[in-house]
Every structure is written in structure tokens, then in C-alpha cells.
Design a protein around this ligand. Structure first.
Ligand SMILES: Nc1nc2c(c(=O)[nH]1)N[C@H]1C(S)=C(S)[C@@H](COP(=O)(O)OP(=O)(O)OC[C@H]3O[C@@H](n4cnc5c(N)ncnc54)[C@H](O)[C@@H]3O)O[C@H]1N2
Ligand code: MOO
Length: 409
């Protein structure tokens, strides 16, 4: 029987169209905001830096008042954090990195380029000999160089990385308006599953998807509600989904979405709500299901761990980020030459687990893990990204394909 498959692009488009961004917000301190999404734009009430200041340790001078012998007495000392006096005409000021430039100075000379001669008495202070060329503005970091007072520093929807936290701290913001984390329920299905740490009985395998999903969700602004393992029965599946739907903003299941009579996720979604998508032209991960139980969206990932890793990143991750209010939710890909041949075109878009390598003679290229079976999770641990082989194409060695490094996920 010929399967009617939805393309990856159509499925992703559909999923993202059916994302309801969270309305709930909360205010949290900087120290709790890593990975979270800003709910409002942040404006700066100050300029950064707040005043012109020195980029180096050295001497502040006025380039228009330098005597022909290029020698100047030092009239004040300005450590960072202290307010300078105006520069006395015809003198230099000893200045340190980050200290504010005194009024009347227009350049700073690095101390390595100056000969300083200590005076012998207090009245007879240090004299410096300046280099031949000094350009106005040199070594001065102007007020507002980084941020101007009143400017939008970060727009709503920004996902906060360490550098954004630093930037927000630099304008004095202590508490941030954030979207509240998405409550994501995870359910592992399968009679064959045993928990790590317990002995394996005959017929069992360890539940790896549960822990991979914990790790994948921990990198996103989510609170995980873990419903553990549910057995392959209609009753257990219906009751777990019903319970999760009442508590969560999104349900993610693994396994039980294929066509066998032991696969109950699809029928349960049908029974409790509606199934909107099933069977995608993706390899691995074809039987992925998407629907809703009452108001709660559900993404049914296939059971094979390789398929979970791919379909989570291709579908669930952008869905979650958009639901959390993020402005940017699809990962950046980069064109990189394949280091091997694709034998024949396929009707499913394939996400190969590959390694980025640098050949000294031929340059960068992608190498594939030899076994791309969706039951072989070693491919994702060996690899450092996905190579996307688009449907109905068979790129050859040297052809450019899209590469998504795992590090951008
Ligand atoms: N007749 C057909 N059979 C299958 C088809 C098909 O089109 N027709 N599709 C195959 C594909 S492709 C996939 S992918 C799987 C997906 O099936 P399910 O989502 O129903 O997954 P399960 O059957 O429950 O499990 C598949 C596989 O993965 C193992 N598994 C499940 N959960 C976990 C877990 N938490 N940790 C580790 N491993 C897990 C499970 O033991 C199975 O080996 O269906 C194919 N069959
Ligand atoms: O498409 Mo399935 O994901 O081969 O394992």
C-alpha cells in the first residue's frame, strides 16, 4: 500500500502555524534567566559606557597643546572609578584603563610609548616625553559606544544566552520580564522498557528516549513533567494522555505511533482529541504524529532512538521555541561538501548523522556514520551534526548539502 506522506516543509509549516505562544509571564532575576525568552523589549536608561573613558593604561593629553619638546608635566592621577578634574592646560594626566577622560583631554597615549621621568620633590613631579604622532581620539572609548541611552537593547522574543545576560547587566537591569517556561509532559511507551539501574528481564531494553528527551528539553525554556513508562494498552495510554493534557502545555510521547496493534498513541489522540498529521516524508522518523488533546498539543515521536533525536530537533524544538515566544526558532544550516555519494534519490528527506572533517588537501567535508539505522544512537554520539539530503536528490561527493551542527541546537 502506498503511504501518503506529508513533506517535512509542509509538516513544519503546519506545526508552527498551530503554535499558541504563551501569554503567561513572570519577572525573574538575571541569575535565573539563562536560556529563557524575553517577554518585553528592554530599553536602556543609561549610555554604556556612561562617559568617554580610556582604553589603555597611559596618559591623557590635549593634542592641541603639546610643546615642541613633546614633554609635559603630569598634573593628576585618575584610577578607574574616580571622578577626574578638568585637565590643566599644558599638562598630562596619568590615567588607567576604564577611567573617565578628564574634560579638556582628547587622546590617551599608552604608557609603553611614553618615557616618564620621576620628579625628585613633590613640587617637581613626573615629566613625560610623548611620541612623535598622537591622533585625536586615540585610545578613547566614547560614551555610548556600546549602548545609547533610550535605545532598545534587546527585543521581545530574545532567547537569553550568557552574552545577553552580560549586556542586560551592563545597563543595570536586575529583574527581567520573561515568558514562563513551557510545561512539557513526556511519556515513554512500551512494554519492553526497563529503567536504567534495574536488571534487564528477558525481552526488555533500557529506556533511552526518556533520558535523551530530558537532555533535549533541558536546553529549552521548559519545565518537564515526566509521566514515566506506560504499557502498550489502550486504557493505560488514554489515561496517561488525559492526565498529561490537563497539566501540560505540550505532550511529547515516544513510541507507539506506527501501524501495529500494539501502537496506541495515534488511536488515543483520535479518541481524546484530534490527529492532524501522521506520517512524514522524513528519514528516520516517518510515523511522527501531531495533534491535540482538548487544547493541549501533542507530538508523538517514533520509538527508535535515532528517530527521536532527529524528529525532536526538526519538529519539537522549533515548536517549543515558538510556543515560548522566541523570535528565532529554526536552526541555522551551513553549506558543506559531502564526502561520499548518495546512491539513489529517496522520497523522504534524510537527516544523516555526520562528522565535519577537514582534509588538508581538499578542505572541509562531511563524513557519514556507517550505520544510519534509526535504532543506532551511536551515530548521533559519533557525529557532530546533521547532513540534510533533500527528497528526490542524490548529491555526490563534493556537492554542497545543508549541514546543521549539533552545537547550534
Ligand atoms: N509495518 C510497519 N512497521 C513499521 C513501520 C511501518 O511503516 N510499517 N515503520 C517503522 C518505523 S520507520 C519506525 S520509526 C517505527 C516506529 O514505531 P513506533 O513509534 O510505534 O515505536 P515502537 O514500535 O514503540 O518502537 C520502535 C523501536 O524503538 C524502541 N523503543 C521504543 N521506545 C523506546 C525507548 N523509550 N527507549 C529505547 N528504545 C525504545 C522499541 O523497542 C522498538 O525497537 O516503526 C517501524 N515499524
Ligand atoms: O523512520 Mo523510522 O524512524 O526508520 O525508524
Amino acid at each position: 500500500m502506498h503511504d501518503q506522506l506529508t513533506s517535512v516543509d509542509d509538516a513544519l509549516h503546519y506545526l508552527l502555524e498551530h503554535t499558541q505562544p504563551l501569554e503567561a509571564r513572570e519577572v525573574r532575576p538575571l541569575t535565573e534567566a539563562i536560556g529563557r525568552i524575553l517577554a518585553d523589549p528592554v530599553y536602556s536608561s543609561i549610555s554604556v559606557p556612561p562617559q568617554d573613558n580610556s582604553a589603555v593604561d597611559g596618559y591623557a593629553v590635549n593634542t592641541r597643546f603639546i610643546s615642541t619638546d613633546r614633554c609635559l608635566p603630569v598634573s593628576q592621577r585618575i584610577p578607574a572609578g574616580h571622578t577626574p578634574k578638568p585637565l590643566q592646560p599644558g599638562t598630562a594626566a596619568r590615567i588607567f584603563t576604564g577611567a573617565f577622560i578628564p574634560e579638556g583631554a582628547d587622546a590617551v597615549v599608552m604608557q609603553e610609548n611614553v618615557q616618564a621621568q620621576e620628579g625628585t620633590t613633590e613640587q617637581n613631579g613626573t615629566i613625560i616625553k610623548l611620541p612623535d604622532t598622537i591622533t585625536p581620539e586615540q585610545n578613547i572609548r566614547p560614551k555610548g559606544q556600546d549602548i545609547q541611552q533610550g535605545q532598545v537593547v534587546l527585543p521581545a522574543g530574545t532567547r537569553l544566552r550568557p552574552q545577553e545576560l552580560g549586556l542586560l547587566a551592563s545597563i543595570g537591569t536586575a529583574d527581567l520580564p520573561l515568558f514562563r517556561p513551557l510545561r512539557v509532559g513526556i511519556i515513554s511507551t512500551g512494554d519492553e522498557l526497563a529503567e536504567p539501574g534495574t536488571p534487564l528481564q528477558s525481552g526488555q531494553i533500557y529506556n533511552s528516549n526518556r533520558y535523551m528527551l530530558h537532555g533535549l528539553l533541558a536546553q529549552l525554556p521548559c519545565n518537564i513533567q515526566d509521566y514515566g513508562i506506560i504499557p502498550d494498552t489502550a486504557d493505560a495510554t488514554l489515561s496517561a494522555l488525559d492526565k498529561a493534557a490537563a497539566k501540560c502545555d505540550l505532550i511529547i510521547t515516544s513510541g507507539g505511533v506506527s501501524v501495529g496493534e500494539e501502537d496506541h498513541i495515534k488511536n488515543s489522540i483520535d479518541q481524546l482529541g484530534q490527529l492532524n498529521l501522521w506520517k512524514i516524508a522524513i528519514k528516520p522518523g516517518k510515523p511522527l504524529a501531531f495533534g491535540a488533546i482538548r487544547e493541549t498539543p501533542i507530538i508523538g515521536l517514533p520509538g527508535n532512538p535515532g528517530a527521536v533525536f532527529v524528529t525532536f530537533n526538526v519538529f519539537a524544538r522549533p515548536f517549543i521555541l515558538k510556543s515560548c515566544g522566541a523570535l528565532s526558532y529554526t536552526p541555522q544550516s551551513f553549506p558543506v561538501p559531502l564526502g561520499f555519494n548518495i546512491k539513489k534519490p529517496g522520497i523522504r528527506r534524510e537527516y544523516l548523522r555526520v562528522k565535519f572533517t577537514q582534509d588538508p588537501a581538499t578542505g572541509p567535508c562531511l563524513e557519514a556514520y556507517p550505520n544510519q539505522s534509526s535504532g543506532v544512537l551511536s551515530s548521533a554520539c559519533w557525529g557532530d551534526g546533521f547532513a540534510i539530503i533533500r527528497e528526490n536528490t542524490a548529491p555526490q561527493c563534493g556537492d554542497l548539502v545543508e549541514f546543521i551542527p549539533f552545537s547550534v541546537l
